[in-house]
Write a new protein. Structure first.
Length: 94
C-alpha cells in the first residue's frame, strides 16, 4: 500500500528536479543559474526518480496496470509542479 504514495512523491521530485535544471525556474526559486554540473545532477536525479516511480507503480499495481498508473502519476506530478512553480510566490528574486 505504501508503494503508490511513494511513487507519487518520486514523480513530484522528478519533475521538480527537471524544472530546477532550467535557468528560469532555478533563478526564481533558488537564485542564480545552475552550473553545468548542477544542471546535469538535477537531470540525472529526475530520470532516476522517474525510473523509481515506474518500479514502484509496477510493484503496487502489477505489470498490467502499473504502467497505466505510472502515466497517471507522472501527469499529476507534472501538473502539480507546473502550477506550483508558476502560481506560488517566488523565492529568491534578483
Amino acid at each position: 500500500m505504501i508503494a503508490l504514495p511513494l511513487a507519487l512523491v518520486a514523480a513530484l521530485v522528478a519533475f521538480a528536479a527537471f524544472a530546477l535544471s532550467t535557468d528560469a525556474h532555478h533563478r526564481r526559486r533558488l537564485g542564480g543559474v545552475p552550473t553545468k554540473t548542477g544542471r546535469r545532477l538535477f537531470r540525472r536525479t529526475a530520470w532516476a526518480t522517474l525510473v523509481v516511480c515506474f518500479l514502484l507503480s509496477v510493484a503496487a499495481r502489477g505489470w498490467i496496470f502499473g504502467p497505466i498508473t505510472w502515466f497517471g502519476l507522472i501527469m499529476l506530478a507534472a501538473g502539480t509542479v507546473f502550477l506550483f512553480l508558476n502560481l506560488a510566490p517566488g523565492g529568491k528574486t534578483r
